[in-house]
Structures are given as C-alpha cells and as structure tokens.
Design a protein around this ligand. Structure first.
Ligand code: P1T
Length: 396
C-alpha cells in the first residue's frame, strides 16, 4: 500500500517481530549466525555482510527516498568512499564547487591518488556542468542545498544532462533530508546521506546511507559495502531507525523555527546577508519552491563586522552551541572556514572567513531569538560594518 511519508518513517521495514511480538526492531548485537550445515542458514552469515537491524534500516531508508534499495554505512564519508570504489583510474567526476569539506578532502587528497579526476563547477548553472562533461565522465556529484553556502542545484536538469552522457548523478541530500526533497523522483540515480544529521536527528550517532533504484549500481554497491566493510554496528543502525520515526515532525519544526530565525536575522542591523532557501531573497528561491517540500533548518549568514564579529557571535551564544555537525534537535552554530571546511582553504571551494552557519534546532523559537539577540547586541551595524568589511579586504 502507498503510505504517506510519516507512516513509512514509523513502519517501513519495522513490522512487529513475528516470534516475540516486539513492536520495535531488536538490536541484533551479534557478529555471526549459526549454520545447521555448511552454507545452510536463515539468511544471515556474518554481520559485515548483513545484520537484521541494519536490514530494517535499509528498508526504511529506501521507502523514505522512494527508492528500491538502500545501504547503510558507518559514516557519510564511509558511504562516499564506497561510491568512489565504483570508479577506476582515469574516470572523471564533476562535483559542485561548494560541498562538505570532508567530501572535498576525500576526493582531492585521497581519491586523486588512485587516478580519479575531479572538476569542481558551479552547479547553480547547468551550463557549467554541460561544459565540464568529458568522454570519461562517469559521475556527477551534487549537494543541494550545499554545505555551507546553501546554494541549490537543479536536480532535474543536471540529472537529465548526466543521463544523456551515460554518467550517474549522485545527490547528497543531507541538508534537505528525504522529507524536504526527493532526488530520485527528480531523475537522480543515487542519493547519499550523512545519517549523522537529520535522519539520526539527536546528535548521538555517526552514520551514512546510499539509496537507489538503479539495480546494477545497487548490486555493485552491495558487493562493495561487504568488500570494503564500512558498515554501521547494530546499535548505530537502531539509533538511526529510531531517529527516523520522528523525521517528519522534526523537519516541520526545524523549518518553522528556521523561518523565524532567518526573518529575524534579515531584519537585524548587524547582519549583512542571510542565506536560507525559504526566503524570497535567496537567489534560487523559485527553484527551491519547485524542488523542495521543506526548506529545513540550515541558515548561513555574514555579519557586517565580518570575521571578527562572527567569532564574537559564536562565542556569545548560549543555546546555539558552538560545534560541528547539524540536523540534531539542539541548535548549533559554527564558522565553516575554520571548522567543518578548514580543508578547502586555499582551493577554489574556499568559503568566506566570516561565514557563520546555524543549524536551527527545535527548541522554543522565542528562546532561540533571545539568544541570537543577546549574541549580536554589540555587533557592528551596517554603517560601521562597511568599514569593517573594507578593512578585512585590505588585509587579504
Ligand atoms: O560526518 P559524516 O557522517 O561522515 O558525513 C559527511 C558529510 C557528508 N555530506 C554532508 C552534506 C555533510 O554535511 C557531511 C558532514 N558534515 C558535517 C560534519 C558538518 O558539520 O558539516
């Protein structure tokens, strides 16, 4: 039956246990499974290959992204590494010019050593993707919205271009979550998640996932998941499965709070620029409305006082904890250039030193606004800020 999103999040792959009636999928904390004769078993041999708790998570994640298959990994980067193992020396990958710093580091400082070739282009402009395609292009890799500049890519247009060329499109859907955006329905071949973020939702687990309906890609990835071994343990699989049950309600609250925070910041005299796909001021607002069902809780901003003011803001917030990561129920704040994206420094992907990133949680929004207000109380405002920005520039 074709259940709605919230129903699938709670039930897909999670029928009560036929033997005990357990309503919740048990944590099968075992590495191996008894065989009655050599090769005769109940579908499980060894937990790197398969584990029943992980199997339930696979079914649930596939149902949420509208895919046929899903595979869970020990981290988002574990999933990304496994996807790279589908390629061989000489293969070319087109990547967005704004991606998570760890993704860039893996591609540029690890995978190039194995002969893979990466081009980083502005995915906001499909013509740049078209111009970058080469005979040996095997994969187009995009984040939308991007981390940390919250730029969008037109999934439908780029997937169509890649498909014509015989290349696979991979969408890192971590920022939007499957509640906010369904890349497979828009033509993408593979969806990737850091389940550490909105899917887990409680900042208590590190994990990753790949979802696809592409049978050949799945067969290869399933083989590689076992062959390379970056699998999550049973308890971590269970934590993600539990987190996902409340994904729909959490995402609605993240979005509601993020809207209020974004509007508050947009009005604040100390704020130079706010980037949130739900704001009409976002340069790709129309695209956001077309391809996203929920704009999520990620906001980036630049203060009039530049980097110094940003550092002061993140030092002063109390409810917004200064920490890497995102997508949990609690609000976080960070400065990507010095933290999550330190590894893009000096590259084409370098992000503004003064950029501040908020992961808006689901606390009472009045408390979040009060916290931001006090953190910005002494920040340089527009007139003063112009001078500060000029000063920053001349230093560079
Ligand atoms: O941290 P890990 O579970 O390995 O996921 C990597 C990853 C992949 N894709 C995106 C879009 C991500 O944001 C991340 C991880 N990001 C952070 C830790 C961060 O604070 O941005």
């Amino acid at each position: 039956m074709d259940y709605g999103f919230a129903t699938r999040a709670i039930h897909a792959g999670q029928e009560p246990d036929p033997e005990t009636g357990s309503v919740i999928v048990p944590i099968y904390q075992t590495s191996t499974y008894a065989q009655s004769e050599v090769g005769v078993h109940k579908g499980y041999e060894y937990s790197r290959t398969d584990n029943p708790t992980r199997t339930a998570l696979h079914a649930c994640l596939a149902a949420l992204e509208g895919g046929t298959y899903a595979l869970a990994f020990a981290s988002g980067l574990g999933a990304t590494t496994t996807l790279m193992l589908m390629l061989k020396a000489g293969d070319h990958v087109i990547v967005g010019d704004d991606v998570y710093g760890g993704t860039y580091r893996l591609f540029q400082r690890v995978m190039t050593e194995f002969g893979l070739v990466f081009d980083f282009v502005d995915m906001a402009n499909p013509d740049e993707v078209r111009a970058a395609l080469r005979p040996e292009t095997r994969m187009v890799w995009l984040e939308t919205p991007t981390n940390p500049l919250v730029k969008l890519a037109d999934i439908r247009a780029i997937s169509a271009l890649a498909r014509q060329h015989g290349a696979l499109t991979v969408v890192d859907n971590t920022f939007a979550s499957p509640y906010g955006q369904q890349p497979l329905a828009l033509g993408a071949d593979i969806v990737l998640h850091s389940t550490t973020k909105y899917l887990g939702g409680h900042s208590d687990v590190v994990g990753g996932a790949i979802i696809t309906s592409h049978e050949q890609a799945y067969e290869r990835l399933k083989f590689l998941q076992n062959a390379a071994g970056a699998v999550p343990g049973a308890f971590d699989s269970w934590l993600v499965l539990r987190g996902v049950k409340t994904l729909a309600v959490r995402m609605r609250e993240h979005e509601r709070n993020a809207f209020e925070v974004a509007r508050f910041l947009e009005q604040h005299p100390a704020v130079e620029r706010v980037i949130y796909p739900g704001l009409p001021s976002h340069p790709q607002y129309e695209l956001a409305r077309q391809q996203m069902q929920c704009f999520g809780g990620m906001i980036s901003l630049i203060l009039c006082g530049g980097e110094a003011a940003g550092r002061e803001m993140v030092r002063r917030t109390k409810l917004f904890t200064l920490a890497e990561s995102l997508g949990g129920v609690e609000s976080l704040i960070e400065m990507p250039a010095a933290m999550t994206h330190a590894s893009v420094t000096g590259s084409k992907l370098e992000v503004p030193a003064g950029l501040v990133r908020l992961s808006v949680g689901i606390e009472d929004v009045a408390d979040l606004l009060t916290d931001l207000k006090q953190a910005l109380a002494d920040a340089p405002t527009r007139a003063v800020g112009q001078e500060a920005l000029v000063a920053n520039h001349s230093e560079a």
